[in-house]
Design a protein around this ligand. Structure first.
Ligand SMILES: *[C@@H]1O[C@H](CO)[C@@H](O)[C@H](O)[C@H]1NC(C)=O
Ligand SMILES: *[C@@H]1O[C@H](CO)[C@@H](O)[C@H](O)[C@H]1NC(C)=O
Ligand SMILES: [Cu+2]
Length: 347
């Protein structure tokens, strides 16, 4: 009886948790141009959904991929994913701003980004052949139980994560695999939640970097230390799951809120030839009108900080986006722990 009640309660809680939270990438911004992502909660129900740069997936519940599916193709670009039908162009070295909904993002955990060369059009590539190399991965920033995570930086920037395309990357078509891993339940086996999101990018540059990668189904194992991990203890030491970041790339990228100044439409490959180029910007159906100017909607990062000229012991005194006091009250001194966080500590 008690057992039954407990399991009923657990079921009810699980269902409730399944409804609360979760999400997807709403849009990306490149050079001020706003590109709509794939909306898994709307597009499956539209007779003629827009052509977008985000891959199609069947997470109509805004849900996740669990560790027991790490060796299935669902981990590559989310559940039942199929190729985005268009792409965005980006110069090597520039940034892609990725904006999640809901705002605020509800879960703590790392943020990871990978690229894979399509060796042809990403609109038709077989996802099970894509070999992903990691271009960034940020996990625990400070503290514990649960601590401050990369996802908190994203939350502080209005749901935005900034990815930098490697400056030396060889020209080509790439799938950007951006991923949040939610760790709030990761202390139990298969409790982590992966939210992989894929985008097609045509990267132009003069570089020659061709990193080797791994298949999506080889990125993680359910028992990886950064996957089966209890965040509700302190102190914490976190190992970011997956392969290491390609050597030579910056260890972190300055994060900021998404700002768009124009709306762009996904480019469809090979539609009409225009004097030697193989692709052309094509007008494709959008839910509203095309190419409208969108007002830039956000400003600099705001981080709340205590007032006053000097920071107290253990308070924050620096880091990307931080605007509070940078001097520590004596005898503490400001110690930089990582690019996002500096803290007043005594030696
Ligand atoms: C994937 O699609 C199949 C049918 O095409 C469906 O039965 C299944 O539920 C889908 N899987 C997920 C995880 O949504
Ligand atoms: C946050 O992003 C949303 C959605 O793009 C936007 O409507 C809102 O104005 C932004 N808020 C801030 C403070 O930038
Ligand atoms: Cu959730």
């Amino acid at each position: 009886m008690t057992q039954k009640l407990t399991s009923l309660l657990v079921t009810a809680l699980t269902v409730a948790t399944g409804v609360i939270g979760h999400g997807h990438v709403n849009n990306i911004v490149i050079n001020g141009a706003y590109y709509q992502g794939y909306d898994p909660t709307l597009f499956p129900y539209e007779p003629n959904p827009p052509i977008v740069v985000g891959w199609t997936a069947s997470d109509t519940d805004n849900g996740f991929v669990a560790p027991d599916a790490y060796q299935s193709p669902d981990i590559i670009c989310h559940r039942n994913a199929t190729n985005a039908r268009g792409h965005a162009s980006v110069m090597a070295g520039s940034s892609v701003l990725i904006q999640w909904v809901p705002i605020p993002w509800p879960h703590p955990g790392p943020v990871l980004d990978y690229l894979a060369n399509c060796n042809g059009d990403c609109e038709t590539v077989d996802k099970t052949t894509l070999e992903f190399f990691k271009i960034d991965g940020i996990g625990l920033i400070s503290g514990g139980n649960p601590g401050r995570w990369a996802s908190d930086v994203l939350i502080g920037n209005n749901g935005t994560w900034v990815v930098q395309i490697p400056a030396d990357l060889e020209t080509g078509n790439y799938v950007l695999r951006h991923e949040l891993i939610a760790l709030h339940s990761a202390g139990s086996v298969d409790g982590a939640q992966n939210y992989p999101q894929c985008f097609n990018l045509a990267v132009t540059g003069t570089g020659s970097l061709q990193p080797t990668g791994v298949l999506g189904t080889k990125l993680y194992q359910e028992s990886d230390p950064g996957i089966l991990f209890n965040i509700y203890t302190s102190p914490l030491t976190y190992t970011i799951p997956g392969p290491t970041v390609v050597s030579g790339l910056p260890s972190s990228v300055t994060q900021r809120s998404s700002t768009a100044t124009a709306t762009s439409i996904a480019t469809v490959p090979g539609s009409v030839s225009t004097g030697g180029t193989s692709s052309k910007t094509t007008t494709v159906p959008r839910s509203t009108s095309s190419a409208t100017t969108r007002r830039s909607s956000s400003s600099a990062i705001t981080t709340s900080a205590p007032a006053g000229p000097s920071q107290t012991l253990y308070g924050q005194c620096g880091g990307s986006g931080y605007s509070g006091p940078t001097i520590c009250a004596s005898p503490a001194v400001c110690s930089t722990l990582n690019p996002y966080y500096a803290q007043c500590l005594t030696r």
